[in-house]
Design a binder for this molecule. Sequence first.
Ligand code: MG
Length: 380
Amino acid sequence: MKIISVEPIVLQYKLDNQHKFACSQEWCNDRTIMILKLKTDEGITGWGEATGPAFVHKTIIDLEYAPKLIGMDPFESELIWENLYNCLQDHGQKGVAIEALSAIDIALWDIKSKALNMPLYRLLGGAFREKIKPYATGLYHRESNDIKGELVREALTYVEQGFLGIKLKVGFERIEHDIKKVEAIRKAIGDNINLMIDANHAYNAKDAIKLGKKVEEFNITWFEEPVPPEDINGYIEVKNNINIPIAGGEAEFTRYGFHELINKRAIDIIQPDNCMMGGPSEYKKITTLASINNIQCTPHIWGSSIALAVGMQMAFSQPDFPKSLNPQEVWLELDRTPNIFREELSLIKPEMKNGYIYLPKEPGLGILINDKIIKQYRIA
Ligand code: MG
């Protein structure tokens, strides 16, 4: 089997004022993503996605990666990964070059598992679980910033929908404001729902510790990205000074980047993003590194139906560590912010029943791309 065409596609739509939201770093005013379509001479099509600046990803693929991909056999995916990584190694060990490479790697695994007529998790060695617990990623900052009203109402919607875990964004304003938010949400959702907080690296270690200590009493499942991704010593300081597990890694890349985080035991729960850090080929290696160091791993997921599908496949196929009769659950991130590409790009959608999503059975990533959405939103 040979790759005969490489087509990066940029999709975009603007969010109206009512749907705009912000994390600690920026406002989200539009959805602009790059998805990738790889075609083979055997009629099998693979899909991938990169998270980050879509036009830059498209340019890297068009100019650097595509010429090296044409004519290659998708089953030689390791060989392809190393070849593409090495061609930009001196210029892109992290960031956009690896994000673009992630899209290719995802599409190659999609093709390989479709060719064998099996779901990706089977090709990766099988599913370690029949069902998985999604948590709702929401509770962002909005114009009104009405904690007691809008934010609490949103949290209660997730409870009504059956979510067993909810993630709240912090780091937008002062620490005192964050503490009030955490307290209000915990009170509203009760004690039986897991509550995570995510600062999107808005703090230095001192402030993150201050916030962490103040919210320990609200039973926080994890504190995500308390400090910037470059500040590994800051992570260690925070981890050693508060009684909340520390999560992070969505802005880390490849086995080389994660090796440092894991080896220094800077984080309790690593969150590699398959559309950013190198794709399923790297995810497998990173989970192995994590298991050697007895560190938990849960996929970070942000983006379209493709991102969600690949994150799910990886979450089902990763072993429990540490193993026990009652192991720590692997959480599945389910973004709830408005996104047509997550809701409509695939005609097959994951369904939550009793707070769980069950093992998909379709081959490949388990999606069916809706061409109408591509036609409607394509800008490049
Ligand atoms: Mg995050």
